[in-house]
Design a protein around this ligand. Structure first.
Ligand code: UDP
Length: 315
């Protein structure tokens, strides 16, 4: 197939593009590199069947990019540290950007997959979260650019499905980690591993009692590919339901890195969800998908990447 991956220089997008290329597809990656990395682009360029085009999808996409059987939208800054400095860019990419891709999908009669998020559930009042839960979102809070942007995108994607019969798919992605994350990504897994490797205190926000459920990136990519190949147009949760308090993650990272770092408690950011855990029974039923890599194995696979990157910085 000819596949367009928007945001393919980002963390999940670059893993997805490489997997598609390894599966034998011709892949065009577009990314404006607002958060995507030059290193990820270098990794993409090692594949003869991946073409990288630097482009901001809030601008119309050129016909010259080619004809596509499938369009996968992974484009959007997604780390909470980006929510204050890149709020407008996030709202634009989730609205104008998604519509530009949907128009292209309509013209090409292509399958369109939107990467949505567990943030659609906001600070959830039910745990675990099934797709039928409508969420608890602060529309003007610090996270609202992302939460409401992604909720708007789901509405837009669904409208194109209803009105134009575009074959749309919506993946609600939960916390994902693995090699090729940005070192300064600001998220909990990258922060903790880098801090532990540098012997710095691990920055636990609040009392660390808030929970998350962490999915290894290869599992997530497998779920995305299965969802794209299905005919299911409603949202599907993709994530690992192993839920832990953030403080426990800090202790595990200290143990697996063999670090002498300690934990440091810092103020909890506003609107930080207190719990998060995917109900993945729908993905199990319609995609026969469930994560294979448990957190301990996944973190142990991830630490060497950060060790190598920090080592390169020090050279
Ligand atoms: N967190 C933390 N220390 C950090 C970064 C994050 O304790 O250095 C917490 C954060 O407050 C949240 C959880 O870890 O409760 C996950 O944060 P992340 O930014 O990775 O993603 P989120 O799930 O909030 O989108």
């Amino acid at each position: 197939m000819q596949i367009l991956v928007a945001g393919g220089a980002g963390f999940i997008g670059s893993h997805l593009a490489r997997r598609l290329a390894r599966d034998g597809h011709d892949v065009v990656v577009v990314d404006n590199l607002i958060t995507g990395s030059a290193r990820n682009v270098e990794l993409l360029c090692e594949f003869p069947n991946i073409r990288f085009v630097r482009h901001d999808i809030t601008e119309p996409l050129s016909q010259k990019l080619g004809d596509f059987d499938m369009i996968m939208d992974m484009a959007c800054p997604a780390s909470p540290v980006d929510f204050s400095s890149k709020a407008i860019e996030i709202l634009r990419v989730c609205s104008v950007g998604v519509q530009n891709l949907l128009e292209l999908a309509k013209k090409n009669n292509a399958v369109f997959l939107q990467s949505s998020t567990s943030e659609c559930y906001g600070d959830p009042l039910v745990n675990p979260q099934p797709e039928t839960y409508w969420g608890n979102v602060n529309p003007i809070g610090i996270r609202s650019c992302y939460d409401e942007g992604k909720r708007f995108a789901e509405a837009l994607v669904t409208a194109y499905h209803r009105k134009y019969r575009v074959r749309t798919r919506i993946a609600r992605i939960f916390n994902t980690y693995g090699p090729d994350m940005r070192l300064d990504d600001g998220r909990v897994v990258s922060n903790f591993i880098c801090q532990a490797l540098k012997g710095e205190p691990l920055s636990v926000y609040g009392d660390g009692g808030q929970t998350r459920s962490f999915c290894y990136v290869d599992d997530l990519v497998e779920g995305l590919i299965r969802l794209a190949g299905s005919d299911f147009s409603e949202p599907v949760n993709l994530g690992n339901p192993q839920e832990i308090p953030v403080r426990q993650l800090a202790e595990e990272v200290i143990e697996f890195t063999g670090s002498s770092s300690r934990v440091q408690f810092l103020p909890l950011p506003k609107d930080d969800p207190k719990v998060r855990r995917p109900d993945i029974s729908l993905a199990g039923k319609i995609l026969n998908w469930r994560p294979e890599v448990d957190r301990i194995a996944g973190i142990k696979k991830t630490i060497p990447y950060f060790r190598k990157m920090l080592g390169l910085l020090n050279e």
